[in-house]
Design a protein around this ligand. Structure first.
Ligand code: G4P
Length: 280
């Protein structure tokens, strides 16, 4: 799968733009999926933001295994990043972002501004993340309003789209698909969590991988959800779910495609409880 080519030209261009845009913002926010904090991180981005204050937002924390998620926070903190667990659909969890940015991450900058007797203006930020990780949801819920800024900023020739989200943040709208180049396990993780479309990888491989992973790390949740006695054999699990949930073809054969759909939907809708698909 490493030979799948995710628009390399497009991506190279995105990264060149990213580097130019980095100079224009005070802080970068990288949005990750809390269930897969490595697979949803583009390592290329990490290399490029090294010198910029960066906040890693672990989104969809409501869907993750809390214990594993806190291990990931420790991991990224050790790498020198600030982190925050959020649920972008819940405004309350987003209210922690500004205080962290103002009082901790950009503390020195803020102090300098205030010492000069100047007024604090909204922080300029950009939000990066793979598709479906929750960028639009975050942007909508972070802002009290979203107003396009039409002024020209000195030194910027090409027109950039800035949005005033609130008195706290101005967002630089950054285009570009920032896909990681991924290996097989990363691909499975992206598929399980719905970051890539279900028809990109063979769904039987994805679901078998998923069941093996759940059997290893979340045996009780798996047994409970589907009333399974044994979870040793993924094919038997599929057959059991097909029979008990009536996912059958004419002639009573198991309709595996429907079973795959049932399992993935249950996982994505949190019906097995918080799950993490990788560990630091
Ligand atoms: P994007 O701009 O990065 O592509 O993602 P977007 O905000 O559109 O979010 C993708 C889906 O994820 C949306 O579901 C959104 O509601 C959901 N989502 C975002 N943040 C969170 C979170 O913290 N927790 C949970 N549980 N869900 C979150 P959707 O509209 O149903 O889309 P889809 O799932 O049908 O693609």
């Amino acid at each position: 799968m490493s030979n799948i080519n995710w628009y390399p030209g497009h991506m190279a261009k995105s990264f060149r733009e990213l580097e130019k845009h980095l100079k224009l913002v005070d802080i970068v926010m990288i949005l990750l999926d809390s269930r897969i904090p490595k697979s949803s991180m583009n390592p290329e981005i990490l290399k490029r933001v090294k010198d910029k204050p960066t906040l890693i937002l672990l989104n969809k924390s409501d869907l993750a295994d809390k214990k594993v998620l806190s291990e990931w926070e420790t991991y990224y903190k050790k790498e020198g990043f600030y982190t925050l667990q959020i649920d972008a659909t819940d405004k309350r969890s987003l209210s922690k972002i500004y205080p962290l940015v103002r009082n901790v991450i950009l503390h020195d900058k803020v102090e300098k501004i205030l010492a000069k007797g100047r007024q604090l203006t909204p922080f300029k930020t950009m939000i990066l993340g793979i598709p479906n990780v929750g960028k639009s949801t975050l942007i909508n819920n972070l802002g009290t309003r979203s107003v396009a800024i039409v002024e020209n900023r000195p030194g910027v020739t090409r027109k950039l789209n800035w949005y005033r989200l609130s008195d706290e943040f101005e967002l630089l709208d950054t285009p570009g698909v920032l896909w990681p180049k991924f290996d097989q396990t990363t691909g499975y993780n992206l598929a399980i969590t719905g970051a890539i479309r279900d028809d990109i990888l063979p769904l039987d491989d994805v679901v078998i991988y998923c069941l093996e992973y759940l059997s290893k790390y979340y045996p009780e949740q798996l047994k409970m959800r589907y009333r399974l006695d044994s979870i040793k054999d993924p094919i038997r699990i599929l057959d059991h779910i097909g029979k008990t949930q009536g996912a059958l073809l004419p002639g009573k054969e198991i309709d595996y495609d429907r079973v795959y759909g049932i399992i993935l939907k249950d996982i994505r809708q949190n019906r097995l409880g918080g799950l993490s698909f990788e560990r630091p």
